[in-house]
Design a protein. Structure first.
Length: 128
């Protein structure tokens, strides 16, 4: 079961304007203004998306504005102290098993020399 494909309904912006105008009598003036603004925005966004060079980032900036608000300003408005709170972290010891351990710590193994007739100090013959 996959997602259902939505059918795209081609609607002319002029047709939408006529439909919105017909709702003027059924809606309050405030609701009518909101509906008209929403339909105008929809027509604008549709036209921008169909334009060749419009990127989603540009469209996001057109709809929501440029992100110019800084965190400090928002925190001051909310009545909280501005600036970053820096936590003084104690230096923790590394978790066991992490990091380099000296070879002297491994006392259980014995060292053995391994000699092979093909290898000598500084050079090793290839196996045939």
């Amino acid at each position: 079961m996959g997602k259902k494909q939505r059918q795209r309904l081609e609607v002319n912006p002029a047709e939408l304007a006529v439909i919105v105008e017909r709702t003027r009598g059924a809606l309050s003036q405030d609701d009518y203004v909101k509906l008209k603004a929403a339909m105008d925005t929809l027509a604008f966004v549709t036209a921008e998306l169909q334009a060749k060079g419009t990127s989603l980032e540009r469209l996001r900036r057109l709809l929501f504005g440029a992100p110019t608000e800084k965190t400090d300003a928002v925190l001051r408005k909310a009545g909280q102290p501005a600036g970053r709170v820096q936590h003084q972290e104690e230096k923790k010891a590394p978790a066991p098993g992490h990091g380099r351990t000296a070879a002297a710590a491994y006392t259980g193994a014995s060292r053995r020399r391994w000699r092979t007739p093909r290898c000598t100090v500084g050079r090793c013959a290839r196996a045939a």
